[in-house]
Design a protein. Structure first.
Lengths: 65, 212
């Protein structure tokens, strides 16, 4: 039987803790959604990250001179 | 959801410290939008942590972003395809998460955090009256999520402007949407801040902080 999205994600976080020293992960999730859907989207985020479909987020909004 | 008073007070104190640090270092005009870059700089300085912010292109409707914490560093990952004000709020909320979370709030069990968080959201939107529900102390990782949202609201829309804005809205001189556009915040941030329940809570904690 295929793993659920939550099972895959739990394994990913366990691996990140063991290999990279992950200490904590927190989320901003909103809307009428169940856990499996949320886990699916988190997995999609990491899949996209692994493919390099990402970039630095720079707001360029500093007031400091 | 019931939040521990001690945790709320701690959150407001940290927001206050962050705002004071921003005022010292970053010469923003009055009623200016919060600079995300300056907030990051202050949190990195205050908490001695290096923060990376990355936007990720993935299909999603519910996940706005997340933050990972490691020793001495953190990584914020934000969904690219969402409105600019939500990119701002998500990033600010996750920056606040880094600032306000203590070790007791940390958890690598992300799927359990998601499950408890979403279950609590459904409780909040249920038709049951608050007084008919049992009071249960929410686990620290979940408290931390909600407190970070409160901190983000307090930073994006500073308390000192709200009394006059409440009067202006009531007089028809401005609208929640106009305020949201001005502060580059999602409209729910302004609506939450000006809601009588949240305003009374914020007023109580800011009065407590300003007394000491």
């Amino acid at each position: 039987m295929d793993k659920t999205e939550c099972q895959k994600l739990a394994e990913r976080f366990a691996s990140m803790a063991a290999k990279d020293g992950l200490l904590d992960v927190k989320f901003y999730v909103a809307g009428e959604v169940v856990t499996e859907q949320a886990c699916r989207e988190v997995n999609r985020l990491y899949d996209a990250l692994e493919k390099g479909e990402s970039g630095e987020l720079d707001f360029k909004d500093t007031y400091r001179r | 959801m019931w939040l521990l008073k001690g945790k709320l007070e701690e959150t407001f104190r940290k927001v206050n410290a962050i705002q004071e640090h921003i005022q010292m270092c970053c010469l923003a005009p009055d009623r200016a939008k919060l600079s995300v870059d300056d907030l990051q700089w202050v949190i990195e300085d205050l908490y001695e942590i290096k923060i990376q912010k990355i936007e990720v292109a993935f299909e999603g409707s519910f996940l706005h972003g997340l933050v990972e914490r490691y020793t001495g560093r953190a990584r914020i990952l934000v969904r690219k395809n969402q409105e600019e004000d939500y990119v701002r709020f998500t990033t600010i909320k996750e920056l606040c998460q880094i600032a306000i979370s203590e070790k007791e709030d940390w958890s690598i069990e992300g799927t359990k955090t998601l499950d408890a968080l979403l279950y609590e959201v459904r409780l909040d939107t249920s038709a049951e009256k608050v007084e008919e529900r049992a009071k249960t102390v929410i686990p620290h990782p979940i408290q931390s999520e909600k407190l970070a949202e409160i901190a983000a609201i307090e930073l994006m829309y500073p308390f000192k402007y709200r009394a006059a804005d409440i009067a202006a809205v009531e007089a028809g001189a401005t609208t929640l949407r106009a305020l949201a556009v001005h502060f580059h915040a999602p409209e729910f941030v302004i609506g939450t801040a000006l809601h009588p329940t949240h305003h009374a809570l914020a007023e109580e904690f800011w009065a407590m902080i300003n007394k000491r």
